[in-house]
Design a protein around this ligand. Structure first.
Ligand SMILES: Cc1cc2nc3c(=O)[nH]c(=O)nc-3n(C[C@H](O)[C@H](O)[C@H](O)COP(=O)(O)OP(=O)(O)OC[C@H]3O[C@@H](n4cnc5c(N)ncnc54)[C@H](O)[C@@H]3O)c2cc1C
Length: 391
């Protein structure tokens, strides 16, 4: 079957799970987010209110939270998950609480993730659990390791604790058969993160794929890294799992490189990033015998290209080695149309207490104003569907 060029225009399929009221709410939200100054004012106020422990949760709950998150508890998430499942859309669960610095916080994050793995093990729509390794250990420690600084005895034991936490999560993921997608983070801590993930893949990905790393194609060295990892897994006889993304920290990366006077790890322009992203998709599809890949992108062009390549290479749409994912609350025109065509389509679904997920929500709102095209696109699709329903 040929993938039609206007495959992502079908709003009837895209918003099949949305009532008229939900569409009106989504429209109002994207209109709000298209206002730069409003979002920047709202973000600063929310940041301030959070630091002063003021009650901002209700405002967030009824606006951005409900749109971008699954719920505060697994019970609440179940409803969202069931709704998505009706349209054959799976979920990548993510405990949305970010970056804490104390050992007790890291232990709590482990507990939360173990609960998520138990929930995921019982729920076939949960296709994976997404985790950040900075949830299990200190950012500053990772920075020191990557810089090659000598660690004190206490720091060595701290790092061992971090690895133990990750290993525990992997063991339970294997037991419950829930894949783990490990996020990629800032380039100046990514080397120790990669090493930890590679070690766990080698240990646990025997005959099946449980541990996945993430490769950020906005980095100019990552296509070669990907090829190297594929070769290494073949030689080591383990299964390679990878989530492909462009990358979320471009501005931060460039600023740091400039400030510290080293060559930026990020490609000079978007065209080079797109070429590497698409080449990475091709490379993975050519090596499906030995790897599992998740194409994680909001780009219509990249999603379409991946779908066309799957067709061209005569790979079954529902081949379990290939999955697509977009953020919950965005890109429904891709996810739901992919699912309708039998591809493995998923939503990245954060959950957790409203006040703890606020940093994630602020980022989503800011991203939607900075990627002006994306908001306009979401809005135009919603308006198109509203018009279609009015007949
Ligand atoms: C399911 C899922 C999981 C994710 N996991 C991670 C993760 O683990 N780690 C992570 O970092 N991000 C992650 N992301 C975020 C992802 O990196 C961003 O959503 C992505 O960068 C946005 O790009 P896009 O592919 O959606 O497409 P587009 O909108 O086509 O691309 C935008 C991206 O291109 C790059 N870019 C834009 N302009 C330039 C330029 N001038 N020069 C160089 N590069 C440029 C930037 O990366 C920018 O974000 C994830 C996203 C999803 C949907």
């Amino acid at each position: 079957m040929k993938i039609s060029p206007d495959i992502f225009e079908n709003t009837e399929i895209a918003f099949a799970d949305k009532s008229n009221g939900e569409l009106r709410k989504a429209k109002a939200l994207f209109q709000l987010m298209s206002n730069n100054s409003l979002v920047s004012l709202g973000s600063s106020l929310a940041g301030l209110a959070l630091s002063l422990h003021l009650p901002v949760s209700p405002v967030f709950r009824y606006t951005v939270y409900n749109h971008f998150c699954g719920g505060e508890t697994f019970e609440q998430c179940k409803k969202t998950i069931q709704k998505l499942d009706k349209n054959n859309v799976g979920v990548l669960l993510n405990y949305g609480v970010e970056l804490k610095e104390r050992e007790e916080d890291f232990n709590k994050t482990v507990e939360h993730n173990l609960e998520a793995l138990a929930f995921g093990g019982k729920n076939k729509s949960v296709k994976a659990l997404c985790i950040k390794l900075t949830g299990f250990g200190r950012f500053g420690l990772l920075e020191k390791i990557q810089a090659g600084d000598e660690l004190s005895t206490a720091e060595k034991s701290e790092f061992n604790q971090m690895k133990k936490r990750f290993d525990k999560i992997c063991q339970v993921a294997v037991k419950n058969e829930v894949p783990l997608y490990v996020d990629a983070e800032e380039s100046w801590i990514q080397n120790p993160l990669d090493e930890m993930v590679e070690e766990m893949m080698e240990k646990y990905n025997r005959g099946k794929c449980i541990v996945f790393n993430t490769v950020q194609l906005y980095r100019h060295d990552r296509l070669a890294y990907l090829q190297h990892q594929i070769d290494r897994a073949i030689a080591g006889q383990y299964v390679y799992g990878v989530k492909l993304v462009r990358g979320a920290y471009m501005e931060k990366e460039r600023e740091r490189a400039k400030e510290m006077g080293y060559k930026s790890p990020i490609h000079k322009n978007k065209k080079d990033v797109d070429e590497d992203f698409n080449a990475a998709v091709g490379l993975c599809l050519d090596n499906l015998n030995n790897l599992y890949v998740c194409v994680a992108s909001q780009s219509e062009q990249s999603n379409r290209l991946a779908m066309e390549l799957i067709e061209k290479k005569k790979i079954e749409h529902n081949n379990p080695h290939v999955q697509f994912s977009q953020l919950y609350g965005m890109g429904d025109n891709m996810t739901f149309n992919q699912a309708k065509l039998g591809f493995n389509a998923t939503k990245y679904l954060p959950y957790g207490p409203v006040k703890d997920v606020i940093p994630y929500l602020i980022r989503r709102a800011q991203e939607n104003t900075s990627v002006a095209g994306q908001t306009t696109r979401e809005l135009s699709l919603i308006v198109k569907e509203m018009k279609r329903r009015r007949g």
